[in-house]
Design a protein around this ligand. Sequence first.
Ligand SMILES: Cc1cc2nc3c(=O)[nH]c(=O)nc-3n(C[C@H](O)[C@H](O)[C@H](O)COP(=O)(O)O)c2cc1C
Length: 320
Amino acid sequence: MKIGNLTLEGFAALAPMAGVADRAFRELCMSFGAGYCVSEMVSSKGIAYHSKKSAELMEISPMEHPCAVQIFGTEPETMADAARFSLQYRPDVIDINMGCPAPKIAGGGSGAALMKDPALCGRIVKAVSDAVDIPVTVKIRSGFDGEHINAVEVARIAEDNGAAAITVHGRTREQFYAPPVNYDIIRDVKRAVQIPVIGNGDVADALSAKHLYEYTGVDYIMIGRGALGNPWVFREVNAYLSEGRLLPKPDLDEKLDVLSRHITGVVEYKGERVGMREARKHTAYYLKGFKNAAKLRNLAFSMETLDDLKRLIDAIRTST
Ligand SMILES: Cc1cc2nc3c(=O)[nH]c(=O)nc-3n(C[C@H](O)[C@H](O)[C@H](O)COP(=O)(O)O)c2cc1C
């Protein structure tokens, strides 16, 4: 799979997820065989105003490559300036967000709301592609709502205006993350454009990864929620799609070791005070399916320090 001149290894990318797929989580997923990852979305206006938060979101560590910086906004020139500015963080790709459903984003005309104006999508892709000499990609949904399923039209316009690949999440903005996911529209986009297409939506394991590939014919896939508390999913997908091997789930020791690596990484990048607050939600994902999960989650949600994490891990060992 290639995006422009960039080769992606493996079979699946980690999807951009604001608030969860931060640097520490992206590094972890890449260490388990994700072939590509995308930053949390960054506001083009925030970049224009030199916001500290935007700068932090664009930081990429050496273990994360190949990695895209994802930007959102509505104004072609502001988006082009943001893309140019982001190059100092050495992304391999600039990805344009045309899929975020959140009222804060789509309500202002950005994210998934852009799909209501395909011509504007084209102008944004063109402005950004002209501004940088690395590949520019677009992440879209199936459409804005059930009456406006226009992913094929938007994908063609993006291709005509310089996009090097397209990711399609098979849901409308109106659906947010609710079922069902529409793989037919992903297949239709794949058939309609020459550039590579990345399929996205509801992949959670090796078998669902294979199904998305086979049903749609896409060139690559992207996994979001299915990687939360489950970063080894990339190892499972790679083993199955390359050799047909269904790997067993990691044992408790490995799971706890991964949890510890994950949270230590978050604290390294964000400091213990902020990092441990954020660690609570990450930890909760790992606890899914554990015996006494509700009790353990309560412990997780009171963590303040890395020592608290050690205590939680001891509690998990004794209760499992
Ligand atoms: C918490 C969360 C945050 C997300 N943030 C972004 C984002 O910043 N940019 C983006 O393009 N998509 C974002 N998404 C959408 C995902 O990238 C993905 O398209 C969606 O979750 C469907 O894939 P999945 O079924 O594998 O999770 C987010 C999704 C979630 C659950």
